[in-house]
Ligand binder design. Sequence first.
Ligand code: EPU
Length: 440
Amino acid sequence: MNIDSLTIDGGIPLTGRIQVRGAKNLVTKAMVASLLGESESLLRGVPDISDVRVVRGLLEVHGVSVSHGVESGDLILDPTNVRSAHMADIDAHAGSSRIPILFCGPLLHQLGEAFIPDLGGCRIGDRPIDFHLDALRKFGAVVDKLPSGIHITAPNGLTGATIELPYPSVGATEQVLLTATRAKGTTELRNAAIEPEIMDLIAILQKMGAIISVEPNRVILIEGVDRLDGYTHRAIFDRNEAASWASAALATKGDIMVEGAKQEHMMTFLNVYRKAGGKFDIYEDGIRFYHPGGELKPVVIETDVHPGFMTDWQQPLIVALTQATGESIVHETVYENRFGFTDALIEMGADITVHKNGLDGTPRRVPRRDLEQAAVIVGPTPLHGADIEVPDLRGGFSHLIAAVTADGRSRVSNVGIISRGYENLLEKLEALGARFTAEG
Ligand code: EPU
């Protein structure tokens, strides 16, 4: 999407059918996993989003041939000619995604070294990589920090280790999985993330020949093997995108059938959706989300690791909560700065107060992390059009649905960032009846 801004005429319920394909947060990792194989992989259901293009570019500079298969969404990844990349080529991808950090293990196995450029990603806090680097060192990697990135080598190869994550980080868990599968010996990972996308990555690695067992209490055991082959796999659906459209239906008083959505990976979201007054019907081929008429109800949510309420679900839902009668509270416990997008909603008429150090004395399911923030949303407040700038991926989607919900005209700039994670965004908005014009 080479579009910079959208002018949106709001007040229109989004109604119709859209389709979600493979999860951004699995597909990009599955592409990296193909590097570990000795033969070609076929990944199915890959969405056309810019994060996929970034990873594709990084794979290609390392000699992986990437092509489209017969079906739309098929990617064929052939790592048989993997080679070291030129610094400048790798650097050309600096700053555009956090996925490059996951290249470390596979590149160390394949080439004995890895250069990882500065990491980008969304503006939602510091997003450090200390868990990743600590884990890599436990495997025997040596990390040199350079001004332009990190250079990693493994002079004595990589050996299985016992690793306890300080927090069940999704990325660090993936780092360990991708590194341990071909390390010598067994790795025991404690306090691992167990998100459905991680289970799907484990399924892919098992198809490739890995031996990975998921034990009780967030323990994952990986028995290293000498060789992995390619895989054929259809990616798990994007539950974050599905939840975004569900919230768009609620906020705009609409009715959206999300084809490809599955109940089993959205149960926590569905409970909250129901409590807030949203309705959903579950079908074999998707989930229909709709506003049943009448008032929406306030909810108290705390973002958490799986099986809790995902941090990526809160931003679009908050737009719907501005239309609920009463006070909602959203505790953000995963990132330290994920309410920046609410400034624009406030400008559009929402009553939202962000408490930067969290709220004391309010219901909370898990002990607070130091970085907790809370947003208190009082509704219902009519939203009116405004000129707003998209800050990050999920916050950006919220801005779009706020503009569709609002009375009058909004101009939403920097919308290109949303294409990192939402496929065919403009086509979908159009199919759902949104009225907008796009400018480059
Ligand atoms: N953290 C550290 N040190 C580390 C790694 C993480 O302190 O080395 C902290 C982070 O700063 C954050 C928390 O741990 O406060 C959680 O980070 P995690 O590693 O779990 O997240 P991630 O792997 O960087 C993925 C998704 C995010 C999603 C989170 C949580 C991808 C590419 N990104 O990020 O998705 O919010 O897991 O589920 O998979 C998005 O899709 O918009 C998005 C941001």
